[in-house]
Design a protein around this ligand. Structure first.
Ligand SMILES: [Cu+2]
Length: 185
């Protein structure tokens, strides 16, 4: 569904989240999210319902949020080879779209390399990193949910959206620090 929601050139089918066992996206629109439902989310399930489903299946649910272009709540380590769910909420105080893309940090690469790449190449830099699924466009006041299952290794979550506070385009968010490394072990 993320491919439909945000097609990008250069993403081949094997670049898609083949290890994601399920990806559920729930858009929760609040009164503050002006036109926040207009982007055509078809899934009407709520974050609460998804959490309940995940909890009943024994899958841990991590509450991750973003404010001031900074992810909060993402654990430093998650278990390898076991499903986990991220409930991602955009808690900005202004209207903006964020995302949570899970990518591998290959041997010899660090989060600093990802950030430097985003600074140098902007949105095109997203394709430099192997994707393991994502929670696509989440507007201010909304939440998205995804379930992931990852082999052991080093990973990051990052946002390659380009919106800026007040409207228009600014630097890709990963380049200004909307990225966090985590370990799967
Ligand atoms: Cu962002």
């Amino acid at each position: 569904m993320s491919a439909k929601a945000r097609p990008r050139s250069g993403e081949s089918s094997n670049h898609r989240p083949w290890l994601v066992i399920t990806t559920l996206v729930a858009a929760v629109c609040t009164a503050l999210a002006l036109g926040g439902c207009a982007k055509g989310r078809n899934d009407t399930s709520t974050t609460t319902a998804t959490k309940a489903k995940a909890a009943s299946a024994g899958i841990p649910v991590y509450q991750v949020s973003v404010s001031k272009f900074t992810y909060q709540g993402m654990p430093d380590t998650v278990p390898a080879g076991k499903p986990f769910t991220i409930a991602f909420t955009n808690k900005e105080s202004f209207e903006i779209t964020h995302e949570l893309v899970v990518v591998a940090l290959p041997s010899g690469k660090t989060l600093d390399d990802l950030i430097a790449d985003a600074k140098a190449k902007g949105p095109d830099s997203e394709d430099d990193w192997l994707h393991f699924g994502e929670i696509g466009e989440v507007d201010t006041g909304a939440s998205g949910v995804g379930t992931f299952q990852l082999p052991a290794g080093n990973y990051a979550i990052a946002c390659w959206q380009e919106g800026k506070a007040g409207g228009g385009k600014g630097p890709v968010h990963a380049s200004i620090g909307m990225a966090k490394a985590f370990t799967v072990s």
